[in-house]
Write a protein that binds this ligand. Structure first.
Ligand SMILES: Cc1ncc(C[n+]2csc(CCOP(=O)(O)OP(=O)(O)O)c2C)c(N)n1
Length: 352
C-alpha cells in the first residue's frame, strides 16, 4: 500500500474546533459529554474524599482530564471494548459501570469489581502499557472472527516509553488490528515532565513510525476530542487498521492521594491550565450555541450531587470479604501447602 508520509503526519498543532477536517459533533452528544463530565468530576471529588476517610486505599484523580475520558467512553459502542488504566475511573463511570464496582480495586479488593466480559471493559491496568497489548490481541481476535468490534486503549504519556506500547503499535499496524490508542498526555509521569520523557516532535509521531495513522488533539476541548475519536474509531471499524490519538491535557490533582505535586510543578502552571478547564469551556460553548441554560446547568449539578451521595453512602458500608479468597484462583489445583494454610485459617476463624 502506497502512503505519502506527509499525508500521514499529525497536524502541526493539536486539533481544535472548528477544523475543516473534523466535523463538530451533534449538539445532543455535546450535551451528553457535558453532563458526563460534570457527573464524572463530582464522582472524582467524592472518591478523593473517600481516601481521606480511609474508605479507599488509593485514588488517581481524573480531574482536568474529563474531556478525554468522557470522549473515549462516548466514542465507542456497547459492543466495543475499553482498556483503561488506573487513572480512568471517570471513563468507566461514563460507560455506565456501577461506580462502587469501579472503586472496588482501589478499595483494596483482589478483583476489579465489575464483570469484564459483560461490560466489555478490561480491569483498570496498573502495570504501565500492558493493556495496549491486551487491546491489540482482542481487536485482532475479533477481526479474525469477522466481527466489527473496536478496542480502545487508554494510556498515559509516560507509558509511551514502555516497550509494550511499541510492540502493541507494531503488531497492530502489521495485522491492521481495529484498535484506537488514546494517549492522554497530561504532561507528567508522576514527577517526570514530558521533556525528560520524550524528545519526539509529538507523541502522535510515535505512531507514524510504525505506520499507524495518528493525530493530536486539544484534550481539554470535549468537542474536538469526540470529533477526532469519531474519525479514529470509524477508521478502525472500517478495516483501516489502528489509529493513535494524542490528547494534550493536564492532571489538575497530584498523581494520587499519596503524592505531593507541589514538589515538582508551580502554582502558575496549574493556574494556566485551570483557565482551560474542559467543563467550563464546554459549558461556555453550549450556552453560546443556545443548547444550555441556567436551569439545565442547575439540574445537571443536582444530578451529579445525587450521584455522589449514592456513592458515598454505599462506600460507607463495610464490604463483606472472605479471607479464604486469598487462596482461591491461585492455581487451578491448590497445592498441598495452600490447602494446609487454608485449613489453618478456617480453624483460627472458628476459634474466634
Ligand atoms: C511497568 C511499570 N513501571 C512503573 C510503574 C510505576 N508507575 C506508576 S504510575 C507511573 C507514571 C505513569 O505516567 P503516565 O503514563 O504519564 O500516566 P499518568 O499517571 O500521568 O496518567 C509509574 C512510573 C508501573 N505502574 N508499571
Amino acid at each position: 500500500m502506497e502512503v505519502s508520509t506527509v499525508e500521514w503526519l499529525p497536524s502541526s498543532s493539536p486539533v481544535q474546533l472548528p477544523d475543516p477536517n473534523h466535523p463538530a459533533p451533534e449538539p445532543s452528544r455535546l450535551l451528553a459529554a457535558y453532563r458526563a463530565m460534570v457527573v464524572g468530576r463530582r464522582f472524582d471529588a467524592q472518591a478523593t474524599t473517600l481516601t481521606k476517610q480511609g474508605r479507599l486505599a488509593v485514588y488517581p484523580s481524573s480531574r482536568g482530564q474529563e474531556a478525554c475520558q468522557v470522549g473515549a467512553a462516548l466514542s465507542i459502542g456497547a459492543q466495543d471494548w475499553l482498556f483503561p488504566t488506573y487513572r480512568d475511573s471517570v471513563a468507566l463511570v461514563t460507560r455506565g459501570i456501577d461506580p462502587v464496582e469501579v472503586l472496588t480495586l482501589l478499595r483494596g479488593d483482589w478483583h476489579c469489581g465489575y464483570d469484564v466480559p459483560s461490560t466489555r471493559t478490561a480491569p483498570q491496568c496498573t502495570p504501565l502499557a500492558t493493556q495496549t497489548l491486551h487491546a491489540v490481541g482482542l481487536a485482532h481476535g475479533e477481526a479474525r472472527k469477522g466481527r466489527d468490534t473496536v478496542a480502545l486503549a487508554l494510556i498515559g504519556d509516560g507509558a509511551t516509553s514502555e516497550g509494550d506500547f511499541h510492540e502493541a503499535l507494531n503488531f497492530a499496524a502489521v495485522f491492521r488490528a481495529p484498535v484506537v490508542f488514546l494517549v492522554q498526555n497530561n504532561g507528567y509521569a508522576i514527577s517526570v515532565p514530558l521533556a525528560k520523557q520524550s524528545v519526539a516532535p509529538s507523541l502522535a509521531h510515535k505512531g507514524i513510525g510504525y505506520g499507524v495513522r495518528s493525530e493530536q488533539v486539544d484534550g481539554n476541548d470535549a468537542a474536538a476530542v469526540l470529533s477526532v475519536l469519531d474519525t479514529a474509531v470509524a477508521h478502525a471499524r472500517s478495516g483501516g487498521g489502528p489509529f493513535l490519538v494524542e490528547a494534550h491535557t493536564y492532571r489538575m490533582e497530584a498523581h494520587t492521594n499519596a503524592d505531593d505535586a507541589g514538589r515538582y510543578r508551580s502554582p502558575d502552571e496549574v493556574e494556566q491550565w485551570r483557565q482551560r478547564d474542559p467543563i467550563d469551556r464546554q459549558e461556555r460553548q453550549l450556552r453560546e450555541s443556545g443548547h444550555l441554560d441556567d436551569t439545565a446547568v442547575e439540574q445537571i449539578a443536582a444530578e451529579a450531587e445525587e450521584f455522589a451521595v449514592q456513592v458515598r453512602s454505599r462506600m460507607q458500608a463495610e464490604p463483606s470479604t472472605d479471607p479464604a479468597d486469598l487462596f482461591r484462583h491461585v492455581y487451578a489445583e491448590p497445592t498441598p501447602q495452600l490447602t494446609e494454610q487454608l485449613a489453618q485459617l478456617r480453624a483460627e476463624q472458628e476459634a474466634l
